[in-house]
Design a protein around this ligand. Sequence first.
Ligand SMILES: Cc1ncc(COP(=O)(O)O)c(C=O)c1O
Length: 471
Amino acid sequence: MDHPTPPSYSEGVQKYIDRANQALAARKRDIARARKFRFDTIAVHGLYTATEAIEKNQGAIIEPVFASSGQAYRDSDEMEAAQSGLIPTWAYIRIHNPTLAYLEDTLALLESYGTDADAECVVYSSGMAAIENLTDTLLVKSGNDPINFVAQCQIYGGTYQQFNVRKMQERGIEVRWILDPNNLDEWRSKIDRHTRFLYGELPSNPGLVFFDLAKPIALAHEHGIPFVADSTIATPALMRPFAYGADIVVHSVTKTMSSSGTGTAGAVIARKPIVTNIPNDRMRADFCTYLREYPHRDQGGCLHPFQALSSMNDLRTLRTRVDVWSQSALKVAHFLKQHAAIIDVNYLGLEDHPLYPVASKYLWLVDAEHDDRYGKKVNRYGHLLSFRVKGGPAAARKVFDRLQLIMRVTDLGRVKSIATIPSISTHLQQGEESRKKAAIPPDLIRLSVGAEHVDDIVADLEQALGAAKGF
Ligand SMILES: Cc1ncc(COP(=O)(O)O)c(C=O)c1O
């Protein structure tokens, strides 16, 4: 068999290629080493080693922030090698930056922890930018055929608007909504040969809808298309969709991962390769590198290195925070459940919740079996819950307005407990009809439980619920 002649480069360029190959081999070894660590160790260190700290960064134990818009090259050979894609480069801050790489390495390792996935990550300026860039990249047209994608309708309001208005109404790309993501026949009935991907968010914000993830993933693969999971609310501390075969995971890193709340960040993490019916070998083989080199670079939703460091600093304690906050959320849910002024509490960790069995199949505190406090697998259900107050929307607003410690904020995953009424905030724009489909009634209060002592969170709710009396 004839082998194509390898391309030849000038001696100067070749020197940089050889040097880069050595660095890439060292990186592979670092990844293999990091994959042997437990989740907490990866969250704390990522791929940043003591050797790198000492040899390159004056011993700094925290990853350096490269606050620079551009990368200087040693000479024209290095510039040519870099710009020709022959050696790794970050070149310009919109394309990449070494500080972002530290965060990306950590996220890829955490999301593939304990799975067979070989994953890459690319970070964005926000969760919405990540969702847009990844979905638009998959929505490639083939000739004049109309294309579509299939998505669960219980998703974050911003994502709903992006799919329904930006893509469908403004650009004519059909989104086919799934009303019951636990109904596999519904997923199946919506797929045809022009479907580009399936999309789910679990647990969903704010309805906490959960489904048997492995099933639509297998269905997607039967049709040669990828499954994309928004795993923002679960975080890899509770669930890693790659373990069930998901191709792409997307996060609003802004939320629980970056709990101190200094800014927004998003991430796409993809298996290598993904399943896709798009005839683009590069995209299939390494979706994230493709994103970074082409669509992301051209669209410019880049993350600032300062925020990357802030997100990394929060990520280091992700597992412990999710564990403690989940336990607090369960206590809060039990308190609300027995309160006379409450008509409904939606928390996946309540045993009588209709989705408790399916959520319990997937939501496990990572490494609990290796933690002396537990020594066995332990379910945890996250920090997000919602509830309805007797007396309808007016009563709900009264209770909400009386909160003193818990702040009224359209956000979640913060170190501080915060609450919102989704129908007048996060899910306002999508309108009443789609809120009904997504099970977001006007009297629903969403609560994101933070790191305060749980007794103080309960006491604040108790005094606020006093206002519900008389409705
Ligand atoms: C589940 C989910 N996905 C995506 C987003 C969008 O993320 P960002 O606010 O970082 O753009 C949010 C925001 O609330 C969310 O809750």
